[in-house]
Design a protein around this ligand. Structure first.
Ligand code: SAM
Length: 243
């Protein structure tokens, strides 16, 4: 691969991912809309609906970045509920916090800098954990899944929204072309950062496909695991329960 990160050390991946998100934080939201033609908003809406969130719930928006999901959850859990926006990257957290405060969302949101592999929360804390476009950046995904399992309450659920494998070969090819040839150019032009967006394309291609991710969830202890393809499998929403 361009970064050759199949062979690079774990520490290198961590610092590379950190570099990418410090670098893109300020323009992250604009780029998201631009690169997905705004469709990421529908994927996130779908995730919220599938979460079954209720007033009073405690929600962890892991790798929550600039807080799109947190904003929606905050309105739905109400005064009795709580949303924790956790991210490993201080720049993304800062942009997220400023954005949510500007929207007047303050009363039920907390911000925590944390690595998904070592979540700093008590066992059985959350009704819902979401991780949207975050898991593929995590170095040890199995460890992160076990860590998430532990902080969920019995009856709680995990929702993973992530790029996946398009169902049809033609879409797969078109999508590959878009990711590797067009996306880094948009990144270069708009964010002056082609390399970060090259990383994005690489990380999407390397991410486990639908069935593999589902088995990883099974292995971490999740039950009734399932997934739903969105936009022809460009993205998939995985769901699993802790009982
Ligand atoms: N969830 C947001 C969204 O959907 O717009 C942000 C997604 S952004 C593509 C990925 C986020 O994952 C970044 O904010 C990055 O800092 C965070 N991240 C990467 N590795 C992480 C880790 N090991 N633990 C927690 N967050 C991590």
């Amino acid at each position: 691969t361009h970064f050759g990160y199949k062979t690079i050390e774990k520490a290198d991946k961590i610092s590379m991912v950190a570099g990418v998100f410090h670098s893109v934080a300020k323009q992250y939201d604009v780029m998201n809309d631009l690169m997905s033609f705004g469709i990421h908003r529908l994927w996130k809406r779908f995730t919220i609906d599938a979460s079954g969130v209720r007033p009073g719930n405690t929600v962890l928006d892991l790798a929550g970045g600039t807080g799109d999901l947190t904003a929606k959850f905050s309105q739905l859990v109400g005064r009795e509920g709580k949303v924790i926006l956790a991210d490993i990257n201080s720049s993304m957290l800062n942009v997220g916090r400023d954005k949510l405060r500007d929207k007047g969302l303050v009363q039920n949101i907390e911000y925590v800098q944390a690595n998904a592999e070592y979540l700093p929360f008590e066992e059985n804390t959350f009704d819902i954990v979401t991780i949207a476009f975050g898991l593929r950046n995590v170095t040890d995904k199995d460890k992160a899944l076990r860590s998430i399992y532990s902080v969920l309450k019995p009856g709680g659920r995990l929702l993973i929204l992530e790029f996946s494998k398009p169902e049809h070969e033609l879409l797969n090819k078109a999508y590959d072309f878009y990711s590797f040839n067009i996306l880094p150019k948009i990144g270069e032009l708009v964010a002056k950062d082609g390399e970060s967006y090259q990383y994005l394309a690489e990380s999407i291609r390397m991410h486990p496909d639908q069935e593999t991710l589902k088995s990883m969830m099974d292995n971490a202890g999740f039950e009734q695991t399932s997934f739903k393809n969105l936009t022809g499998g460009v993205v998939a929403l995985h769901k699993g329960y802790k009982f």
